[in-house]
Design a protein around this ligand. Structure first.
Ligand SMILES: NC(=O)c1ccc[n+]([C@@H]2O[C@H](COP(=O)([O-])OP(=O)(O)OC[C@H]3O[C@@H](n4cnc5c(N)ncnc54)[C@H](O)[C@@H]3O)[C@@H](O)[C@H]2O)c1
Length: 464
């Protein structure tokens, strides 16, 4: 891009920004083009804005530039990908130097996982911010879409981008905002079209410009937040709410198994009350968001008296992290009923993704289940429609469901993939050595299962 066509966004008024958008004069760079960053970059490019995706994964970059759509489990974006590649409004690179200096709108969609001690790991954001210190063009706006704890932008990221020299200063040379992503994997396109966007920034001017940009690209409601940290707090609050509520029903599920009560009947009845929000028990809570987000909130209270009194979040994590072991206890109980033990039995694990219908095993409860089965010296067979004939958790995966369940002593349904919904119990009876089923996600009709002769256990399914 020539020097003349670079529009300074921080000195622009809203009318200027609207004109730049209309004439596609804003140049976008999305750093981190994975599950969230790629759909984001494609959306900006689809709105007509020249967009570059930056990623350290050279295979991914090569695939994109060869016009091969990489996110097969994200419906709808394949067509958008084809369109923007044909119109040449999007390409990818591994070289940040090729992208940032020619862009005036820089989005960070980098991973924010946690380390083995559950401490949030912001190293990708920190490393890219050090690069921005050297190469960001004055006049640019930065938007952090990654999920981070409240205060991280204000207390750490800005000073890393500013660095020790005086080349770029926040507000004077660049604006920074957060727009935490809340889309659900597998449904990103429909979520992008309907979910409101939260925008918080370093100052009102930046909030207004970023809001205008997101309104233009996504056409959804924009909720302006007072600052970055409030926007990040809202994102974390919504997800931690789910983590805690799932832990609550998981605790009740274990109680109800002992009391001979079917939790599904309880939840159906509670769901009739206008202010009850139904959550379901299960094998555990995984993925790159919920578990990490709870630890991010906990981390934001470090050093505070009583750790900010976040006892309920800590307890919820403990409960949800214990659920894979409860699943194996249910298995052991069911096998005992027919005089078998986990040791030496062949167990089919059905579904390993952390959620239905996506190819993603980040922090999946299936991993803890498989490891526990290995520890107990069971023979493990794994089948997941998204991970066929490959190697996962040190096990070769099966190519199809029938091969997976043939001749096994028991099967555990861990993920409610569509392929398993309403599955016919007689299939298990006809193929398995002994028809022991642990349904950790409520996919099977429990009455049909019993009628077909399955030895059945489900989380919270007491009294059935
Ligand atoms: N996946 C979700 O469900 C979801 C939903 C909402 C928000 N988020 C948040 O969005 C952010 C991104 O998550 P994701 O799921 O898209 O992660 P992802 O792992 O799918 O994608 C991140 C991409 O960043 C790349 N990357 C890593 N370090 C890099 C670097 N230094 N420079 C350039 N590229 C680099 C990786 O190669 C990868 O392609 C995280 O903060 C996550 O918490 C994720």
């Amino acid at each position: 891009m020539s020097q003349e066509s670079f529009q300074s966004l921080i000195s622009a008024n809203l009318d200027d920004v609207k004109n730049y958008l209309k004439s596609n004069q804003i140049r976008v760079c999305v750093i981190g083009i994975g599950r969230i960053g790629l759909p984001t970059a494609l959306s900006f490019a689809h709105a007509g804005l020249p967009t570059i995706g930056v990623d350290i994964n050279s295979n991914l970059v090569q695939m994109i530039n060869s016009k091969e759509y990489p996110l097969q489990d994200e419906p709808g974006f394949d067509k958008i990908f084809e369109d923007v590649m044909a119109k040449n409004t999007f390409h990818a690179t591994t070289n940040i130097l090729e992208a940032v200096p020619v862009s005036n709108f820089v989005i960070l969609s980098l991973p924010t996982p946690m380390d083995k001690n559950n401490v949030p790991d912001y190293s990708a954001l920190i490393s890219v911010s050090k690069d921005l210190n050297k190469i960001l063009k004055p006049g640019s706006l930065i938007v952090v879409e990654s999920t981070i704890e409240p205060g991280f932008v204000e207390n750490e990221l800005i000073s890393i981008i500013e660095g020790k020299d005086n080349r770029i200063k926040a507000k004077r040379d660049f604006g920074i905002a957060t727009c935490p992503e809340t889309a659900n994997p597998g449904e990103i396109l429909s979520d992008f079209k309907k979910l409101p966007r939260l925008v918080g920034a370093i100052d009102e001017r930046t909030t207004n410009i970023v809001s205008e940009m997101y309104r233009h690209v996504f056409g959804v409601e924009i909720i302006k937040m007072p600052d970055c940290k409030t926007a990040n707090a809202a994102k974390l609050t919504a997800n931690v709410f789910r983590d805690i509520n799932i832990a609550f029903v998981n605790e009740l599920a274990i109680l109800f198994e002992n009391l001979g009560i079917d939790i599904i009947k309880v939840l159906e009845a509670c769901g009739k009350k206008y202010n009850f929000e139904t959550h379901y028990p299960g094998a555990g809570v995984g993925g790159p968001c919920l578990p990490v987000n709870s630890y991010q909130i906990l981390n934001s209270a470090r050093g505070m008296e009583n750790n900010g009194m976040l006892r309920i979040i800590r307890a919820a994590r403990e409960t949800n992290e214990s659920m894979p072991y409860h699943v194996v206890e249910l298995l052991s109980d069911a096998l005992n009923e027919i005089g078998k033990s986990v040791k030496g039995s062949t167990i089919a694990v059905l579904g390993i993704s952390y959620k239905p219908n996506v190819k993603d095993i980040q922090l999946t409860p299936a991993e803890a289940i498989v490891k526990r089965l290995d520890q107990l010296q069971a023979m493990v067979k794994i089948y997941d429609p998204h991970f066929k004939s490959t190697q996962v958790f040190s096990h070769k995966t099966e190519n199809n469901l029938i091969d997976a369940i043939s001749n096994v002593d028991a099967a555990i349904i861990v993920t409610a993939h569509n392929e398993f919904l309403g599955i016919d119990p007689s299939l298990f009876v006809s193929k398995m050595k002994t028809p022991v089923i642990i349904d950790s996600r409520g996919v099977m009709d429990i009455y049909a299962a019993k009628k077909a002769g399955l030895i059945f256990r489900g989380i919270g399914r007491g009294g059935v």
